[in-house]
Write a protein that binds this ligand. Structure first.
Ligand code: ZN
Length: 255
């Protein structure tokens, strides 16, 4: 896909919550500032998102910028690859591709991504978890630490997990199925007592159609042998880092 096939439109102006509805209805403006009360010019933390959850739901599984471009916008994040060919895990500037039934590999810079959220991760809060916790408990911890439930938060978990249930999906081909149909082929696996890093985002309900809403995490095991989209997990002792983010730039992909 040629670069002209996706649009990058940077909206400028005062931070106003009104942007959200206007931008979504017009499918045009792509830099949004959430939570007008606390948005300041000094707050430069930003998520760079490729396409939308709704486009993925409709089976728009290719196009978008290359991995090389993605890395210019972040060293941390998640997503997928052309053809929904595995889960994308961006950790410390390295893009891993976790395909079905194979250890993750480093993705080539020329590969395209049809969906991703990335940022330059600079955690503002670090928490230690010392009790048995699952994803629901983790979400409560994150929400309690965030200044508002109306903004995003980048989330990184590091440590030993009691269990991780995750998935990857086999590559799809045109004509693409819907996301629901593609997920009927998902490969689900469970790891126990595993050192791993999870990266992802909590997105506000108001952005559910764009970013999914709620907590979205991908993981890579410390030995590099496993990775995927997290369905559930449990842990008793873990480092949790979060970075509340009020700005998001969304690149819309033309298909
Ligand atoms: Zn995912």
């Amino acid at each position: 896909m040629k670069p002209s096939a996706f649009r990058r439109i940077r909206a400028t102006g005062r931070c106003r919550r009104l942007w959200l509805a206007a931008a979504l209805s017009a499918l045009g403006a792509s830099v949004l500032c959430l939570s007008a009360e606390t948005c300041t010019a000094q707050d430069t933390r930003e998520i760079y998102q490729v396409s939308s959850r709704e486009a993925m739901a409709a089976g728009r599984f290719d196009g978008g910028p290359t991995i090389a471009t993605l890395k210019k916008h972040g060293d941390f994040g998640l997503g997928t690859f052309d053809g929904f060919d595995g889960e994308l895990i961006l950790v410390d500037g390295k893009v891993y591709q976790a395909k079905v039934d194979a250890p993750p590999t480093i993705a080539g810079d020329s590969v395209h991504t049809p969906f991703a959220l990335v940022t330059f991760f600079k955690p503002s809060q670090t928490m230690g978890v010392h009790d048995k916790t699952d994803l629901a408990g983790l979400e409560q911890l994150i929400l309690a630490a965030m200044p508002s439930k109306k903004i995003y938060s980048a989330v990184r978990l590091t440590g030993k997990f009691t269990s991780i249930k995750a998935r990857s999906v086999p590559a799809q081909s045109r004509p693409y199925p819907t996301l629901v149909r593609a997920l009927e082929q998902e490969h689900v696996f469970t790891l126990r007592e595993t050192e791993a890093t999870m990266v992802g985002f909590w997105s506000p309900p108001a952005m559910a159609e764009m970013s999914g809403g709620g907590l979205h995490l991908h993981f890579i095991s410390a030995d590099g042998k496993h990775g995927g989209h997290v369905l559930s997990c449990e842990f008793t002792q873990l480092k949790v880092e979060i970075e509340p983010i009020r700005h998001i730039e969304i690149v819309l992909v033309d298909h």
